[in-house]
Design a protein around this ligand. Structure first.
Ligand code: SF4
Ligand code: SF4
Length: 238
């Protein structure tokens, strides 16, 4: 479908490329449950935390995607989409639209296609990606120290002072300390590594950040080999 308004920012990107990416979003099995028409009531915007802080609107996603404006879609895909905090407050929509869900699919398409916007957005999370994919877990409660997170401001000091007591109010023991939270069973790590590999997640990381990919592959290869798997020939082993 032709654009409803003139494309200005990404006019050099071929229409076919925009259409190809749009088609990937639309062919996702979740797509059918994200859009049912829009009243333009603005409830999603009022509920959206990102709309308060950025030039961002969930209503725009519902409308642009519904009218299949591939030029505007491409602009969203490369810009404001990364401002969504994926809280899904926008599902209060009276038409049962799910702008946050549309953005989830769009982000996956951006990552799977190694778009520059995806690389830029995920660069800041490279340490987190590495930690989650190599250990199966990430931030443990007692990591919440003022020195580690200076960007979190003065509140983190007050919270961290009594963190031990706060955390012991949380039922799962693994949420109490770093030691417990990072004690992921080897069997679980092997299963996770197989999942990362078999679902193509590892290759997806390679297209985004080759450095992290190489470190991750090395960590995974070592553990998988110990358990009789050949990382380069996983499909035949399973
Ligand atoms: S999921 Fe995204 S679009 Fe929806 S309310 Fe949250 S931040 Fe806004
Ligand atoms: S809440 Fe739903 S119907 Fe209202 S503007 Fe947002 S997407 Fe449209």
């Amino acid at each position: 479908m032709e654009a409803i308004y003139a494309d200005t920012k990404y006019r050099d990107v071929p229409v076919e490329e925009k259409q190809r990416l749009f088609d990937q979003v639309k062919s996702d099995m979740r797509w059918e449950e994200t859009l049912y028409g829009c009243y333009e009531c603005g409830i999603c915007v009022a509920a959206c935390p990102s709309a308060r802080f950025y030039d961002f609107s969930p209503r725009v996603y519902a409308q642009i995607m519904a009218r299949e404006d591939i030029h505007a879609f491409y602009e969203l895909l490369n810009d404001s989409m990364w401002d969504c905090s994926q809280c899904f407050s926008c599902t209060r929509c009276p038409r049962q639209n799910n702008p946050g869900g549309i953005i989830t699919i769009m982000r996956e398409v951006a990552v799977n296609n190694g778009l520059e916007s995806a690389k830029a957005a995920l660069t800041a999370y490279s340490r987190i990606i590495y930690k989650i994919m190599s250990t199966g877990t990430q931030v443990a409660p007692d990591m919440l120290q003022p020195d580690f997170f200076p960007d979190w401001g003065p509140d983190v000091t007050a919270v961290s002072e009594n963190l031990d007591i706060w955390r012991r109010m949380v039922p799962p023991e693994t949420l109490h300390t770093t030691e417990l939270a990072w004690d992921v069973a080897e069997k679980t790590r092997v299963e996770l590594f197989l999942i990362w590999k078999l679902t193509g997640n590892l290759e997806m990381i390679e297209s985004l950040d080759e450095g992290i990919f190489m470190i991750l592959e090395e960590v995974m290869e070592e553990l998988l080999e110990e358990h009789g798997y050949d990382i380069d020939d996983i499909d035949s082993v399973i």
